[in-house]
Write a protein that binds this ligand. Structure first.
Ligand SMILES: [Zn+2]
Length: 274
């Protein structure tokens, strides 16, 4: 699944490719990708809209248009490819945005889990899905006090709670393991037992891990690629995730794999005792 750094790489790549393009026509081949509004309205409203900017909130891409925000979540396997209008339609291309220039942005999704919303600009941040998101990792309002308060209400393993997009948005399974390893926190520790120091370390390491991953273009675990020709190099820098049986880079103990809340979880039983 693309995580925040991968989505950030997609955002930058797309911004380089399609900024200032004007939409001529939209083709929807698999209607379930469009959550809101109706497919007909989606196509009608997008006509003549210009790509003014591409932003990101959590794992949502936000295409800033003249009158709307087009939100896109890639979920498991979503990808964007830039083609010409007369290029043959490939099997998993479900939505196509034809620009006046003749270029066509195609949304490809083998699993069909990706979702798009077209929302009025003035309402977009006060309604689903954006109003359900917690702070961005770099938001100055993300403090130890905030985390402690949120965690104190969650009687669940910290590994599960750190993935809660309503608290901090943008931490996915791969980076959660790395953040907990660097913070020396056992993934099974109850969120209610997380200390002030743990909170401080989680914030610090979240920023560090995600900054590094963005710098390197994310990971390419599974079939993910950020956009054509862009492959993440961060997977070579993972310390514990996908390293079951390897020696811990800090103490040499063998990295263990367990399941926490249904998610494969890697940790060092020695460095992450508590
Ligand atoms: Zn260790």
């Amino acid at each position: 699944m693309p995580e925040l750094p991968e989505v950030e790489t997609v955002r930058k790549t797309l911004k380089n490719q399609i900024l200032n393009e004007v939409i001529k026509e939209v083709f929807v081949y698999y209607p379930n990708i469009i959550v809101e509004p109706s497919v007909d309205e989606f196509k009608r409203k997008l006509r003549k809209e210009k790509i003014i900017d591409i932003q990101r909130r959590g794992k949502w891409l936000i295409f800033v248009l003249n009158n709307y925000y087009l939100l896109s979540h890639l979920r498991m396997e979503g990808k964007f490819h830039l083609r010409r209008h007369d290029d043959e339609l490939k099997r998993h291309e479900h939505v196509a945005f034809l620009f006046e220039s003749g270029l066509e942005l195609r949304y490809n999704d083998t699993r069909k889990f990706g979702r798009m919303y077209l929302l009025d600009k003035d309402k977009a941040f006060s309604q689903k899905p954006l109003n359900e998101l917690g702070y961005e990792p770099w938001d100055e309002l993300l403090t130890s006090e905030y985390l402690k308060e949120k965690y104190s209400k969650k009687k669940l393993p910290i590994k599960t709670v750190i993935l809660d997009q309503g608290i901090i948005t943008g931490i996915g399974n791969i980076y959660a393991d790395e953040i907990l390893f660097l913070s020396k926190i056992n993934p099974l520790k109850s969120a209610t037992d997380i200390t002030d120091e743990d909170c401080h370390n989680i914030i610090l390491n979240t920023r560090e891990v995600l900054n590094k991953a963005i710098e390197l273009g994310g990971t390419t675990i599974r079939s993910y690629e950020s956009s054509e020709g862009v492959h993440g190099r961060f997977q070579n820098n993972l310390l514990v995730h996908n390293h079951e049986g390897d020696n811990c880079p800090k103490c040499g103990t063998k990295i263990a794999k367990i399941r926490v809340g249904g998610r494969g979880t890697y940790y060092c039983p020695n460095c992450q005792k508590n």
